[in-house]
Design a protein around this ligand. Sequence first.
Ligand SMILES: Cc1ncc(COP(=O)(O)O)c(C=O)c1O
Length: 369
Amino acid sequence: MRVPIFDLKVTDKILKQELLDATSNVLAKGRLFLGEEVEILEKKVSKYLGVKYAIGVSSGSSAIYLALRASGIKTNEEVITTPLSWIIPSNAIVSAKANPVFADVSNDFNIDPNSIEAKITKKTKAILPMHYAGHMCKMNEIMKISKKYNLRIIEDAAQAFGASINKKKAGSFSSAAGFSMNPMKIFGGYGEAGIVVTNKKSIFEKLKILRHAGTTSDYKKVITNNCIDISLNHKMDTLNAALLLVSLKHLRKKKKRTQQIAKYISKNLNQNIIYQKTSKNEIHGRYVYPILVDRDRDKFRNYLASKNIETKIFNYPLIYNAPAFKRFKKEKLPMAENLLSKSLIIPCHHKLTDNQVEYLVKTINEYFR
Ligand SMILES: Cc1ncc(COP(=O)(O)O)c(C=O)c1O
């Protein structure tokens, strides 16, 4: 039996028809960027997340970059972030001309609030936490730090659509937050897409301008070059928005199935290798399922491959060890180093059948017996 780590094929007949209908509808209307579907999606997403404003952009990368820009992060200011992440949050900080400062993580893979506080200097302007795999960062503690030192929070919520603590959703804790809707994500579309959310009208207004090459352009107006802030094109195209609206219709079902599988894995897998324990008041976004393998991770990975179970190692190397980031490395961060050397992503997505999930858990448990 094969257990794939992701499966992006569209096999459901109803879903496929809805996607084709949405596509032909957009093609017939001919508004191929910033069409009404983008605005409908923005309204639905802001309602779903409990935030005032959402703005559709061309990728999660653009979303995080624009969230930083619109939050007023300036040249040479410091933004404290995690080294254990896909490279984008750090690339976004440097692209916004600020400097990333790396804090260590806790054993749940998320940035450690104590380490954040130890890294604050006079130049610190913001904290950029990333909810690893969809597991919420300790946002209450991070918010306390941000208030104490008057720092902005910009969430990288790319992996955490719908995750929450005490019913407050990821993305609603910060001045602005970025989500990715690339096809692998829990609320994934069928191409590259992202969304920025904020509760502040001034940030929302700024985001609209930054999304559109820094101009006040409006397709109905003649003036198109009224550039008031340098930026590039980050617009979401209408086809993506229309397909995401179809995705949104199916999201509840998809999330329910993924959560059910995650729950089965958490209950039945050897408890020594599970490291993202969630508290009662948390809903895990469940982008992926990371485990920690204390000894010979690569040997274990080969064993799973021999049993037709796909796995992935995420985020190698740590960001501060990537060639372009060595200049920002101040010290080795022990927990991040340790987790990266032992972590492995195992399959956990809505397309898996009960048989596949049982086989996955049984095969892993047999190895550790
Ligand atoms: C943590 C994190 N940040 C940012 C992004 C960027 O999103 P996108 O691929 O939509 O540009 C991703 C995408 O995988 C991500 O995992």
